[in-house]
Design a protein around this ligand. Structure first.
Ligand code: 5GP
Ligand code: ZN
Length: 104
């Protein structure tokens, strides 16, 4: 998808601190961390927001949650939040689905 920042990060056209990559998703450090650990888990498929997911996409979303759990363990998070902002009104500013992992 042209002009999508997270697609550009996935394609390595824009720099980021990638901490995980597999066939389905990538995870990188949020540029403006709100917690000690603040990662964004992002599907390689361009889906603008969670309200746009289609039949079959649940596999991608489940995989993202599992990846976030593994990254929380790897970063020794005691407790953490997993968050999707859905829609501009909820604070979504990047319209490519991403799961925030925020942990202490
Ligand atoms: P949203 O509000 O859309 O759920 O969250 C978007 C997140 O992307 C924000 O937490 C913001 O700090 C992060 N972000 C915005 N631009 C960049 C960037 O260029 N690189 C990285 N690593 N994170 C970004
Ligand atoms: Zn995208």
């Amino acid at each position: 998808m042209e002009d999508c920042l997270f697609c550009k990060i996935i394609n390595k056209e824009v720099d980021s601190e990638i901490v995980h990559e597999d066939d389905i998703c990538v995870a990188f450090k949020d540029i403006n961390p709100k917690k000690r650990v603040h990662l964004l888990v992002v599907p390689k498929k361009h889906i603008p927001k969670i309200s746009d997911i289609k039949e079959g996409d649940e596999k991608i979303i489940g995989h993202m949650i599992k990846t976030a759990k593994e990254l929380a363990d790897k970063n020794q998070c005691i407790g953490y939040q997993l968050l999707f902002n859905v829609g501009r009104e909820a604070g979504q500013i990047i319209f490519h689905v991403h799961l925030h992992l925020m942990g202490n």
